[in-house]
Design a protein around this ligand. Structure first.
Ligand code: G3P
Ligand code: CA
Length: 252
């Protein structure tokens, strides 16, 4: 069977993070240049009420300097080098603000999936910043593991799609898919964004789609997994290598 690459949204995880430093402007620009349909990013609130784009609550892993994001100002964070840990070629890349990251997105069909990594304290700030994007609402989607965060985002920004993230286990216990679907519907959310380790099957995808939810899967870094998920009919695949996934699902 020939799979339609059009039907599956290919999401560059933290930008084109297999080639460029994750969650940087360089990583997002490379993803757009290389034909990703969307980029995913992670966000936190800073001490001075800005929104910073990075994966960890501390800057140590990606900058080699330890600063707690919630206790730092955005200006402090932007003194750090968030590129060299990946390659010298990216020395001097900064931790972007959400505004700087969003500014990379081409006008049109591309979109950003914004993962809220901190608590609900960021929601009013996020709502204020994203209000400027109302005319480009289809180009945004908020994702969150935390149920309260997802609920509050949807309440504050009903015009933006919100997906609930979930691993297959929570506190070492298997997550009940039927309950997760029911919660997601009760919260008025638009979709689920599930980890690759779930036991994927036609029945599972059908249950989610029959509930009227969109379905994305993360983080898919093998061609065989990408092909199988595309065949099962998922709506989106998040990957560190969007070029590999496109080749995999376009392969006849
Ligand atoms: O797209 C969801 C995925 O990014 C969640 O995992 O740890 O990479 O933020 P993580
Ligand atoms: Ca993420």
């Amino acid at each position: 069977m020939s799979l339609s690459a059009q039907a599956v949204e290919i999401v560059a995880h933290r930008g084109f993070s297999s080639r460029a430093p994750e969650n940087t402007v360089a990583s997002f620009n490379l993803a757009w240049e290389q034909g990703a349909d969307a980029c995913e990013l992670d966000l936190y609130l800073t001490a001075d009420g800005e929104i910073a784009v990075l994966h960890d609550a501390d800057t140590k892993r990606t900058t080699k300097v330890s600063k707690i994001v919630k206790d730092s100002t955005m200006a402090d964070l932007q003194t750090l080098d968030a590129g060299s840990f990946k390659s010298k070629a990216y020395a001097g890349e900064k931790i972007p603000t959400l505004k700087e990251a969003l500014a990379t997105m081409p006008i049109g069909k591309k979109r950003f999936l914004l993962e809220v990594k901190c608590g609900p304290e960021v929601v009013p700030v996020l709502a204020k910043q994203l209000a400027l994007w109302k005319l480009r609402a289809p180009q945004l989607c908020i994702i969150a593991f935390d149920r309260q965060v997802a609920q509050e985002c949807k309440k504050a920004m009903p015009w933006i799609k919100v997906y609930r993230l979930s691993s297959e286990k929570e506190n070492k216990q298997p997550v009940d898919l039927t309950q997760l679907i029911a919660d997601t519907k009760a919260d008025g959310l638009d979709g689920l964004d599930l980890g690759l380790k779930w036991k994927w099957s036609e029945a599972m995808v059908k249950e989610i789609k029959d509930a009227g939810l969109e379905l994305h899967v993360w983080t898919v870094n093998r061609a065989g997994d990408a092909r199988r998920l595309a065949e099962l009919g998922v709506d989106g695949i998040t990957t560190d290598d969007p070029v590999m996934v496109r080749e995999a699902i376009e392969k006849k």
